[in-house]
Write a protein that binds this ligand. Structure first.
Ligand code: PLP
Length: 286
């Protein structure tokens, strides 16, 4: 789903400028320390999807790193509307807030620094028909990230290394395990289906509470599907009937190969098909 960003116009600190002209000082704490947070918001038919949930999570992330939201909701909305107005294609909005630039490199929060606010839009590529037809591959990796994975922090080195390791192993995602329990993917939340029941790990500091994850849970309730938030062990992964991964950019995708072995029957499962239909229907109705 990731393509080149729309370079004609991005938002940086109050200005709409071409991407090539958007520059931040090298003393920006986002650059030096990864001291910032971000969001990725899908835009379908010109409308940001689950906007309030994304903005609520942004507030939570900012609060966790002891920053205030630099903009009111209506100011964010005006920026999003302008950056997405040039096309009716599906898009993804990326926003980032860092603690701003300081005069010295010092771990301590700077006094009086203005936060850096950056927003850009991408055209979302078309849905990959192969994923619905055959599913995708994942590998299980040890979750070696920090213990505040609930913050959507720009410091993504752990996730970057895990995602690259998955790619190097011929997969498109890493399913992460800490202390024998599944946490999440490198950039997705997982669901498994076991004996007709849909399961996902409960929210904690070990994982990012995905907006897509929460929507999937909501859709299971609306459709009266059996569902629970509970821990999933590493061993259970060997015997699940279905495995899904979900995120704002990937929607809900079936994983049919895990560590080179078929998941269930090795094809996208019936409950995934049902969830995907519910998800697409929900999008279309908005
Ligand atoms: N977990 C991690 C680590 C992520 O980076 C993401 C999305 O980027 C998700 C889960 C899924 O979150 P969402 O559904 O809000 O995109």
């Amino acid at each position: 789903m990731w393509t080149e960003p729309d370079t004609s116009e991005v938002y940086l600190n109050g200005e709409f400028i071409p991407l090539e002209e958007a520059c931040v000082p090298v003393m920006d704490r986002g650059f030096l320390f990864g001291d910032g947070v971000y969001e990725v918001i899908p835009v379908y038919g010109g409308r940001p999807f689950r906007l309030l949930q994304h903005m609520e999570r942004l507030d939570n992330s900012l609060r966790s790193i002891r920053m205030e939201n630099p903009l009111q909701l209506n100011a964010w909305e005006r920026i999003f509307a302008r950056l997405t107005s040039s096309t009716s294609d599906d898009q993804l909005l990326y926003l980032q807030v860092t603690r701003g630039a300081d005069r010295t490199r010092n771990h301590l929060f700077p006094r009086g620094a203005e936060p850096t606010v950056f927003v850009m839009a991408w055209t979302a590529g078309p849905r990959d028909p192969d994923i619905s037809a055959t599913g995708t591959a994942a590998v299980v990796l040890e979750d070696n990230r920090w213990h505040r994975c609930d913050i959507k922090a720009t410091a993504l080195l752990g996730n970057v290394l895990l995602r690259q390791a998955a790619q190097d192993a011929g997969a498109t995602e890493a399913i992460l395990v800490r202390d024998g329990l599944v946490t999440e993917g490198s950039s997705t939340n997982p669901f498994v289906v076991q004996g007709g029941k849909i399961l996902t790990p409960p929210v904690s500091n070990r994982l990012l509470r995905g907006v897509t994850r929460d929507l999937v849970l909501e859709l299971t309730r609306v459709a009266d599907m059996l569902c629970a938030e509970r821990h999933i062990t590493r061993d259970e992964l060997e015997t699940v009937d279905e495995l899904w991964i979900c995120s704002s950019s990937r929607e809900v995708q079936p994983v049919t190969l895990l560590d080179g072995k078929p998941v269930g029957e090795g094809v996208p499962g019936t409950l995934w098909r049902r969830m995907d239909a519910l998800f697409q229907d929900y999008k279309a109705r908005l």
